[in-house]
Design a binder for this molecule. Sequence first.
Ligand code: GTP
Ligand code: MG
Ligand code: ZN
Length: 354
Amino acid sequence: MSTNLFELGLVPYFIQQLNDPDLMTERLARVMAVQRSKSSVMNGASELTVDLSPDLIQASNEARPTVGDWVVLDASLTRIEQVLERKSLFKRLGAGSGTDLQPIAANIDVLFIVSSCNDEFKESRLERYLTLCIEAGATPVIVLSKADLVAEADADDFIERARKVQADVAVEKVNALDPATLDNVRAWISNTTTVALVGSSGVGKSTLLNSLAGNTVVATGAIREDDKKGRHTTTHRQLHVLPGGGLVIDVPGMRELRVADIADSIGTVFADIERLASQCQFSDCHHESEPGCAVQQAIIDEQIDARRLSSYNKLQREDALATTTLAQKRAQGREFAKMVKTVKRFKQNRKPDY
Ligand SMILES: Nc1nc2c(ncn2[C@@H]2O[C@H](COP(=O)(O)OP(=O)(O)OP(=O)(O)O)[C@@H](O)[C@H]2O)c(=O)[nH]1
Ligand SMILES: [Mg+2]
Ligand SMILES: [Zn+2]
């Protein structure tokens, strides 16, 4: 099936980056999926599986193409030569003990943060996603799924809780299985909008995608009844084109969402705490047991809850740690590059031995 570049979400921001408009006929493409060093890309005529140029193989995780990227292929259409500058990038710190940033989705306009109307719903998880979303440069929308499985008043309680996390973020409740409940969600998706679906495994991201597409484009999973946890049905990130226009990246549920580089967005998501913090007696107040702490006072006065402060502190600590490790890594990388250069220069200047 061919999909023209505009149906893939091409906008002037990317066209302007091409040094030759002829590249648009075949060589400009969008990354639909990534499997190790191979990428699946769509160039408007067909879907191709391509490699990376040697430069990109050497590049950092962040600089390598990820799902949603706009790329320029070489003339033989077998490898990616260039990744165009991104409009947005949703990323996390690599899973496990990794200290690399892992790009999740590029050039997304809207992030649907999906959470269900049951025990899976956690304010702190939403706060985590929100900081990463704002840092990425995308608009967040909180989608509350499985509203059909609870009484209306209970679903409305979840809406209230979500609104309390972030007053100015849209919150939409849905039954992801029923397309008739998706008008509010659909309103966020224009023909050139790219949406990414994120949230825990089993919350209904793929179900939502199928309902938006009007047919089954991806598999959805059953929930284990014992612990209501999903089974990680979706195993890789994939960009899908909706038949009625718009693009959706389905992201597998992530067990771990470690943050990095979120110093600025923490201030946006926790504007209430930062506003209070500016009134603490000590400018370096940790908001624990210091005298004259305006944040602790607000907790006593029930203006904010202790959970929110502890979530703020946790994200701050995690970010500080990640930033230090990443800075060290980047410095090591620079040192190494310098050393390689010196060795090269030394070799070039060396007089022949004869
Ligand atoms: N009743 C009801 N069931 C839902 C809803 N959303 C999802 N489900 C069911 O929940 C199960 C898991 O849905 P998936 O769409 O596979 O979940 P997912 O978020 O894609 O999970 P991963 O791919 O593992 O990340 C399926 O059995 C769906 O039918 C909803 O709004 N209402
Ligand atoms: Mg899924
Ligand atoms: Zn304080």
